[in-house]
Design a protein around this ligand. Structure first.
Ligand code: SP5
Ligand code: ZN
Length: 373
């Protein structure tokens, strides 16, 4: 597997409120260090390629900003980029501190559509939906680097592009922060920029213009949590099929039901498979098979996988009973599904919070993925 990493993804460090306590966010730089270490040790089975979004050419930086601006709300991006410095300047926090929301403009509180508040303390609540998504000094830099890995991964799996000897070789992007919870204008669940959304638009961008037929893209979300942000972005889009297996009734609580099947032209291209808690591999595979059948029948040109390891048995934020060896079976089933076998795939890292299990779980998954081909 070709694995993409950027050291700028390590810079973001923030706090969250979890179980009524303020603590360092479980989504930490060590997660990526663990994965990089495991993948490096597995060389030459896996190839680690280190990119640098912060020292990219001006042209590439502009392209990245354009891509992010086309997929997220302008005021929201401005907020992510500037609020930490504004809070420091106003004396609300120190440079090492984090911006967290204070008040949310929820349904029932506001009359009509809420407007972005001028008050600096109030602004974070307008652009977030939880207290796990603090904005620190380097959050914007890491979020951009993470989105850049998704975009570069997309570029690489487009057939025939850019220096890949085997253009159909799959790519894993070690994205951090993750992306599948945030919408075009709301941060949440440790997510600031939606990397899967960025990858889809990058795939569309990099596809050769002589092929006028619109691309068909399948997204398989294997994180323990429902990818509400990705679902909402493609909810009315008939060319993107989103399928998710996730904990029933778990975070983000208000999305992920079976009845959410898409809207308008997009009816039938959204599939939620909530799974009861403490499900083991057997129950998980049943749902995965349903997801793979539907994604395969969609006959996509590309497959994106939102890959989270918080389905692991000991994960503090998950409640399934998946073991390290099980990831091999899960990956093999996903990779060998009818209609998807020869489809180029991009894997994007989402959650997974047991630090010393991340490396083994990823290597197990990749082993299953690669033997399946
Ligand atoms: C990317 C990702 O995995 N984000 C997840 C963020 C989850 N944050 C809130 C977790 C709350 C867990 N509470 C457990 C409730 C058990 N019923
Ligand atoms: Zn998750």
């Amino acid at each position: 597997m070709l694995v993409l990493h950027d050291e700028a993804t390590l810079l973001h460090e923030t706090i969250e409120i979890l179980n009524g306590e303020s603590m360092r966010a479980l989504e930490s730089p060590s997660r990526i260090l663990q994965l990089v270490s495991a993948i490096s040790q597995a060389h030459p089975v896996h190839e680690l390629r280190v990119l640098s979004s912060t020292s990219a050419s001006l042209e590439n930086i502009q392209a990245l900003h354009d891509l992010v601006a086309s997929t997220h709300d302008k005021q929201y991006l401005e907020h992510l980029r500037t609020i930490h410095a504004a809070w420091v300047k106003a004396g609300i926090i120190q440079q090492s501190g984090s911006v967290l929301p204070e008040c949310f403009p929820l349904q029932g509180l506001t009359i009509g559509t809420p407007k972005p508040p001028r008050d600096l303390n109030a602004r974070p609540g307008y652009f977030a939906f939880d207290l796990s998504t603090g904005i620190a000094e380097h959050t914007w830099t890491s979020a951009l680097a993470s989105a850049n890995l998704a975009a570069e991964g997309a570029k690489l799996i487009v057939r025939g592009r850019d220096g890949l000897k085997d253009p159909t070789k799959d790519v894993l992007a070690l994205c951090r922060p993750p992306g599948h919870h945030c919408t075009t204008n709301l941060a949440g669940g440790y997510c600031y920029l939606n990397n899967a959304v960025v990858a889809v638009e990058a795939l569309r961008h990099w596809t050769t213009p002589d092929d006028k037929r619109p691309l068909r893209i399948a997204i398989l979300d294997l994180d323990f949590h429902h990818g509400n942000g990705t679902q909402s972005y493609f909810y009315k889009d008939p060319k993107v099929f989103y399928a998710s297996v996730h904990g029933d009734g778990e975070y983000p609580y208000y999305t992920g039901g079976e009845e959410e099947t898409g809207e308008g032209d997009g009816i039938g291209t959204n599939l939620n498979l909530p799974l009861p808690l403490v499900s083991s591999l057997e129950a998980y595979l049943e749902k995965l098979e349903v997801a793979m059948d539907r994604l395969g029948s969609f006959k996509p040109d590309y497959l994106l996988v939102s890959l989270g390891f918080d389905t692991y048995e000991h994960d503090p934020l998950g409640a399934f009973a998946i073991k390290t060896a099980d990831y091999r079976v899960i990956a093999e089933k996903a990779r060998t599904a009818a209609g998807l076998k020869s489809v180029p795939a991009l894997l994007l890292l989402e959650g997974g919070y047991v630090l010393d299990a991340l490396g083994p779980n990823m290597l197990s998954f990749l082993a299953g993925w690669e033997t399946a081909k």
